[in-house]
Structures are given as structure tokens and as C-alpha cells.
Design a protein around this ligand. Structure first.
Ligand SMILES: *Cc1c(COP(=O)(O)O)cnc(C)c1O
Length: 377
């Protein structure tokens, strides 16, 4: 019997959408009116609870935005960086490059400080660049770059940005809820995350924590009506409602997901489970001959990049289909230089499922006539 969820679907080892619990799915079996009082109450609670989770209740407001995580990142960048501002982007993967592309579309001046995909962002260069360029107003960093799974040193980045008096914007999408990120310890001005990653909700909404003290200064920055977080916040403050059709089912599912998160023991418990998932995965994959792309010292327990097997019979599409036949959905690699694939450790899954995932990979290799996962390098 291949592993599967209680709905008969394969388990998603993709970092959002991911496998959700039965009760999160069940929360969506109702229709809610967007102006309904019960919905407005649930929505307000959800936003307050995620602010508390980020230690940001006193200092920040949580402003939601419809769409996938990128919508929240784009809304954050265009709402925060004034049209005559300049953003310094710390880049070591595709999500950093995507932020640069957002700036190019939106006509925001920006500069990229890039490190290789297996190397954390460069703090010394950040410090020197800020010291040398007074026109840079904002700094952007990705906490866990999902391209490789690497963890960036955001506490150090925040300290350097603060030392130079620049505003800090964080893409915490892939790690929010699992890795610690507390506004009382790490002084950020804005941070973007979404419903469908470590909070284990369903996809459809992002949210941005905005420092209350600078909210007013964001008025008029956005050149997009739908993406204008300032406008969204002003309207929500006044009416309790989203400006345009809210993703009602996503919000109620997130409410249930947060209840489960709190029941599990919050961020430390979630990190502990994902860490166990991660070790079960990499130990099992090592037994099959696979090699991870990153040095474990810089690896977050969120998503793991593996080198592709060196065997000539290996081909990602066939491997993906074979693993799926045995009950699991994996992720293609996203690196620019090397042939890889990725496996997520997040979602409503535990070490038992990770052990089964390793078995599925073993069976897939057998199906393809591949003796070992050992890479060619
Ligand atoms: C998932 C993710 C995003 C958003 O991607 P979407 O596909 O738009 O949801 C942004 N940044 C990081 C680091 C992510 O992992």
C-alpha cells in the first residue's frame, strides 16, 4: 500500500502547497459571507494571532493580501520602498532574484548583492555597501531561501541595517511559524509570509507585518491599487473587512491551522517535528547513496536539495512519476548550475511519513533500474 492521506491523495513533500490535516480541510466545508460578522471576527482573530506569533502585537499590524506568497512580497516591496527610494537586495537564490524582478517591474531603484546558492548572504559586503551608499533606503533579505533550503543570518542582517539606519524588509515565507523570528529581538520594519507553508494552511493569502510607526509614510507609495497594503489596512481598520473579495475558505482554514499549531506547542514544537522529519529524511536518503547539496551547517530543516543520481537512467520526470506512484510528490530542483531535486520536510506529516517517503524513493530507483542515488560529482 503506498502512503497516502486519508483522502486518498499522495502526500505532498512540496513546500507549499503542502499536506494539510483533515480538520484544516474540513474547515472549508462551509460558505462564509465576506461581510458576515462571524467571518469578520475569525479574520480579526487570525491576524491578531499571527502577529502574536511574530512577537509583533505591540509594534506591527498584520495586513493580509489575496494571492500566493509572491503577491505579499510584491505588495511589501512596492508599499514600503517609496518611488524615489533605493533597495539593496541580498540574493542567494530564485526568491531574491524574484524580488529584484519585482523592483524592475515597479520602477524601484535597486542593487543586488549576490552570493552563490550554497553560501549565506555576505554580511561584510552588506556593511560596506551601506556605509558607501547613502542613497540606499531599504534592505531586503530572504530568511530561508527555498531554492536550496539555505538559512540566512537575518539577526546579523537586521543589526547591520539598524546600525546604518536603513529599513529592513524580510521574506520569511518558507520558515514563518517554524524558525524563530521575533520582532522584539530582530528589528524588522516589514516581514512577508503566507498561509500555506509552515502554518500548514491552504494557499490563497499572504500577509505582511508592518511597523505601525511607518504605516502612514507608506501612503501613496504603491502604484498598484490591488496591491496597496496601506489602502487595505485603512479599509480593514475602519470596516473589519477586506477591500475586495476575501479568500474566505483560506482564512477559516488558516484559523483551524493556527489552532492546531498552538495545540501542538507553537513554534518550538513545530521546529522540533520538522527537525525530526529532516533527520529521518537525510539519514534514509544517505543510506540510498544520495548526497545533499548544502553543508548541514547552513541547512534549514524546511526543504532539502539533493544531487540527482549519477546513473545514466536517471531523469527527473520519470523519477517524479515513480515516486508519486509510491505515494509521494516531490519537487524539481531550482538551482542554476547543478542537476538536483528537492524534498520538503514541512506539512502535516511526521517521521513515519518521512520514513515511508524514503521507501518510496527506494522503490522508485528500483523501478528505474538504478542501483544507487550516488551523484556523478
Ligand atoms: C514560497 C515562497 C515565496 C512565494 O512563492 P509563491 O509561489 O508566490 O507562493 C516567496 N519566498 C519564499 C522564500 C518562498 O519560499
Amino acid at each position: 500500500m503506498p502512503a497516502q492521506t486519508e483522502t486518498g491523495d499522495p502526500l505532498l513533500l512540496t513546500p507549499g502547497p503542502l499536506t494539510t490535516s483533515r480538520s484544516v480541510k474540513a474547515a472549508m466545508l462551509h460558505d462564509w459571507g465576506s461581510r458576515d460578522e462571524a467571518f469578520i471576527r475569525i479574520n480579526a482573530e487570525v491576524l491578531a494571532r499571527i502577529a502574536a506569533l511574530a512577537g509583533a502585537s505591540e509594534t506591527h499590524v498584520t495586513v493580509p493580501v489575496q494571492g500566493s506568497g509572491t503577491f505579499a512580497v510584491e505588495a511589501m516591496l512596492t508599499c514600503f520602498v517609496p518611488r524615489d527610494g533605493k533597495l539593496l537586495l541580498l540574493v542567494n537564490g530564485a526568491y531574491g532574484h524574484r524580488a529584484a524582478k519585482i523592483c524592475a517591474y515597479a520602477g524601484r531603484a535597486h542593487q543586488v548583492l549576490e552570493t552563490p546558492e550554497d553560501t549565506p548572504v555576505d554580511l561584510a559586503r552588506l556593511d560596506a555597501t551601506l556605509a558607501g551608499d547613502r542613497t540606499i533606503t531599504h534592505v531586503f533579505v530572504v530568511q530561508c531561501e527555498t531554492t536550496s533550503g539555505i538559512l540566512n543570518p537575518i539577526a546579523e542582517v537586521a543589526a547591520i541595517a539598524r546600525k546604518h539606519g536603513r529599513r529592513l524588509l524580510i521574506d520569511a515565507m518558507s520558515a514563518f511559524g517554524a524558525l524563530p523570528l521575533d520582532a522584539r529581538q530582530i528589528p524588522f520594519d516589514a516581514m512577508a509570509a503566507s498561509s500555506n507553508k509552515c502554518l500548514e494552511g491552504v494557499p490563497g493569502m499572504g500577509f505582511v507585518f508592518i511597523r505601525k510607526a511607518i504605516l502612514e509614510a507608506c501612503a501613496g507609495n504603491s502604484q498598484s491599487l490591488a496591491m496597496d497594503l496601506y489602502d487595505q489596512q485603512v479599509y480593514m481598520e475602519k470596516t473589519g473587512q477586506w477591500r475586495f473579495t476575501p479568500p474566505t475558505h483560506v482564512v477559516v482554514a488558516l484559523s483551524e491551522a493556527i489552532a492546531q499549531f498552538e495545540e501542538e506547542g507553537g513554534q518550538p514544537a513545530r521546529l522540533a517535528r520538522y527537525t525530526l522529519n529532516y533527520h529521518t529524511l537525510i539519514d534514509g536518503m544517505a543510506r540510498l547513496g544520495f548526497m545533499t547539496f548544502l553543508d548541514p551547517a547552513v541547512q534549514a530543516p524546511i526543504i532539502v536539495t539533493f544531487h540527482a543520481p549519477g546513473d545514466a537512467r536517471y531523469e527527473f520526470k520519470a523519477f517524479y512519476a515513480a515516486v508519486k506512484k509510491h505515494g509521494f510528490v516531490i519537487y524539481p530542483g531550482k538551482l542554476t548550475q547543478v542537476e538536483t531535486f528537492r524534498v520538503g520536510c514541512i506539512g502535516a506529516i511526521g517521521p513515519t511519513e518521512m520514513e515511508q517517503a524514503v521507501q518510496a524513493v527506494e522503490l522508485a530507483l528500483q523501478d528505474m533500474g538504478i542501483g544507487s542515488g550516488e551523484p556523478a560529482i
